[in-house]
Design a protein around this ligand. Structure first.
Ligand code: GKR
Ligand code: MG
Length: 447
């Protein structure tokens, strides 16, 4: 039999970095920069396919080590290539732990490097067949535009970490760009953040990153958001910081305020996060979302058996592109809801989120994205835009976007200049609270 599809002639792995604000989470404070890895595939038809994933040396090396398995392979066999990579990946016991507690150093084990290659393959396949990537996933394109949410953070005063080069955008003409680098630690300032975001991107739904202040204070912020956006869907994600007792106490009065609550609890007293969450759900009438207690199919089996979650935020970088759409199909048939988790990312991931969101059947919840904190640092010539809260699926084959090589090289130079390539939220945090250490059960500013 003669293979007819193009052959992969080149695979490049390009680690890149961009700038971030002093965003607060249970893990501490975001550093002034974030890192990602890009995969660029070229084929014998002259097409370029791209993918973006979690940053750092661990993921970069995993990608580089499989270049020989990708180069020279026919495009039509991409599933076999991915399967070989996926099965061959040497995963330590640590990698199977998932992120039942938000230990940021473990996130790189939950992300699977090969899904950046899958994205690049799907981009090429779409170009070969002349259809957008979403047509190749699940049952194909389900919608023309995909809803995103406004991801709100408490932000600390960067001048307290004078040695860290956080960006200053005070002279920007864009009101959101000016605001996003300033301190925002009160309910009023977070509402201002949401209003500014709504003005620029048209979001109807907002997620507040919790795990920063006392639970009661964070709920006051959620209440203030609901007051400012009575029609809006508001949710809060403390990344498992609350005990079961505390989560029930905090969430019961919020049943008419929150649309859902994300990872309110974690493992405790010898019970896994799946078991604790099932008890939380028995006690509180709120849908529960997660990106922590089900990060692979085996964990999901236990979560589903316990009825521990309603909304699975199946990030394609954890689950794969085909994998996350398969999850979306299953959840839809079971009367549950699909969405996606995110971390800081460039516009290539934003384009990829839009494609999986377009292929997810049913009624997905608005997708998470950190892009608003990075907007402007485009690596694409044609970065997707969020308008009226939605991203329009480009009427172009594959991912439908083109790299801006000058920007990619600039982001690569920034990566090379960094003192460390791994995410470390304790570094900046120690400027705010000397000697600060991560505690999965204590909001980061409560010490
Ligand atoms: O950006 O620090 C952050 C988030 O807290 C991220 O690391 C989480 O993985 O956004 C994520 C979440 O929803 O849990
Ligand atoms: Mg989360």
């Amino acid at each position: 039999m003669k293979e007819q599809t193009p052959v992969i002639t080149d695979m490049q792995v390009i680690p890149v970095a961009g700038y971030d604000s002093m965003l607060m989470t249970l893990s501490g404070a975001h550093a002034p920069w974030f890192t990602r890895n890009l995969v660029v595939l070229k084929d014998s038809a002259g097409h370029t396919g791209i993918g973006e994933i979690h940053g750092g040396d661990y993921t970069c090396q995993a990608l580089v080590s499989v270049i020989p398995l990708v180069q020279g392979q026919p495009l039509a066999r991409y599933r076999a290539v991915l399967d070989r990579i996926h099965r061959g990946a040497s995963r330590s016991a640590e990698e199977g732990e998932g992120i039942q507690t938000l230990d940021i150093s473990k996130l790189k084990f939950v992300v699977k490097a090969e899904w950046a290659i899958e994205c690049a393959f799907l981009d090429l396949m779409g170009q070969y067949l002349g259809v957008p990537m979403c047509e190749l996933l699940g049952n194909g394109k389900q919608r023309d535009r995909v809803e995103m949410l406004g991801y709100l953070f408490y932000v600390s005063d960067k001048s307290k970490a004078p040695e860290l080069p956080y960006l200053e955008e005070a002279s920007s003409l864009d009101p959101w760009f000016r605001l996003r680098r300033q301190e925002m630690l009160t309910a009023e300032r977070v509402v201002e953040q949401a209003q500014c975001l709504q003005e620029k991107y048209g979001f109807r739904n907002f997620k507040l990153k919790g795990g920063v202040l006392e639970g009661e204070t964070e709920m006051e912020t959620a209440q203030a958001l609901k007051k400012a956006f009575p029609e809006g869907r508001i949710n809060i994600d403390p990344n498992g910081a609350w005990s079961l007792e505390e989560a029930i106490r905090l969430c019961r009065p919020m049943e008419n305020v929150l649309a859902y609550v994300e990872d309110p609890t974690g493992p405790e007293a010898g019970y896994s996060s799946r078991e604790v969450m099932a008890e939380f759900k028995n006690a509180v009438r709120l849908p529960v979302a997660t990106n922590m207690l089900a990060t692979d199919w085996r964990q999901f089996y236990h979560a589903a058996a316990l009825k521990a979650v309603d909304i699975v935020l199946a990030d394609p970088h954890f689950w794969g592109f085909e994998g996350t759409v398969c999850m979306a199909q299953l959840l839809n048939d079971w009367g549950l809801t699909w969405g996606s988790h995110s971390n800081n990312h460039f516009d290539i991931t934003l384009a990829a989120f839009a494609q999986v969101g377009a292929a997810a059947p049913g009624n997905p919840t608005a997708l998470d994205t950190h892009w608003i904190w990075q907007d402007g640092q485009n690596l694409l010539q044609d970065a997707p835009e969020i308008r009226d809260g939605y991203i329009q699926i480009p009427d172009k084959p594959g991912l439908g976007v083109t790299l801006n090589w000058e920007r990619v090289e600039e982001a690569h130079r920034l990566y090379q200049s960094l003192p460390s390539h791994d995410r470390d939220d304790a570094l900046a945090m120690q400027y705010l609270i000397p000697g600060w250490k991560f505690d999965p059960k204590k909001p980061c500013l409560v010490r």
